[in-house]
Design a protein around this ligand. Structure first.
Ligand code: ADP
Ligand code: ADP
Length: 226
């Protein structure tokens, strides 16, 4: 796990107004930070700069105390949880969770131990032999998070993971994500434009507007504002 520190981060695409305009934000180790704001305010750009999918025009990105501006995404050891969970349909839950360990040529006995530990935390142990198609949305989300846990990622990054779901499932998943994040205590950055998600999920909410931070506050502080 790791803190994420952004110091005077600027992102310009071409020579227009910066998509991200001098953002400084410290996310503590284990904290759940929400990035919220209208479409085009720079949320995705900021998230992609944390992951390393987008170059930083100026400023410093520091993860776990280390400057990562020039580090490739695969060397940052962060886990992006995608909207569709990106599970492999032909593989069992066990093999889906084990996948990053297989890539890293981890010995079988260690794979087995790590997958079963993750399955215990995520309450998936009864489903390890099933295929993703036979799971509920919430269980699929847990498999995706299991894959991130076995990699022992420094942080989870979510980019509007619930925006394609219907209202009922969205509500369930919200609860699920909040519960898991607290249980794992893993640093999390979560992008959304949904007010309910912003007010219920995180420890703090960072409100962006036109590439700048308008406010950083706890959900309670935001709620109590006139
Ligand atoms: P959000 O995620 O809050 O909707 P984005 O980070 O996607 O905002 O976009 C911020 C601004 O940067 C917008 O004005 C958008 O049009 C612009 N932008 C995003 N990606 C690119 C790109 N690849 N090239 C040029 N402009 C971009
Ligand atoms: P999102 O809001 O989820 O980032 P968008 O539809 O805004 O989705 O962007 C989809 C893709 O198009 C992204 O890869 C983004 O970088 C790119 N993009 C967004 N705005 C622009 C833009 N003004 N010029 C070029 N590419 C852009």
């Amino acid at each position: 796990m790791a803190s994420i520190e952004m110091k005077n981060i600027v992102k310009k695409y071409g020579d227009g107004f910066p998509a991200v305009n001098d953002i400084s934000l410290d996310i503590a180790d284990g904290e759940f930070m929400i990035l919220v704001g209208p479409s085009g305010c720079g949320k995705s750009t900021l998230l992609r700069m944390i992951v390393g999918l987008e170059d930083i025009t100026s400023g410093d990105m520091i993860i776990g105390g280390e400057r990562v501006n020039d580090k490739a995404p695969r060397d940052r050891n962060l886990s992006m949880v995608f909207q569709n969970y990106a599970l492999y349909p032909h593989m069992s839950v066990y093999e889906n969770i084990a996948f990053p360990l297989r890539l890293a040529k981890t010995p079988d006995d260690k794979v087995d131990r790590l997958v079963k530990e993750a399955a215990d935390v995520l309450e998936l142990h009864e489903h390890l032999e099933r295929k993703p198609a036979n799971l509920s949305g919430g269980q699929r989300q847990r498999v995706a998070m299991g894959r991130a846990i076995v990699r022992q990622a420094e942080a989870f990054l979510f980019d509007e993971p619930l925006s394609n779901l219907d209202a009922k499932l969205r509500g369930q998943m919200r609860t699920e994500i909040a519960r898991l994040q607290r249980r794992l205590g893993i640093t999390t950055v979560y992008v959304t434009h949904d007010q309910t998600e912003a007010m219920t999920l995180g420890d703090r909410v960072c409100v962006l507007r036109k590439g700048s931070i308008q406010q950083v506050a706890s959900p309670r502080e935001l709620y109590e504002q006139p």
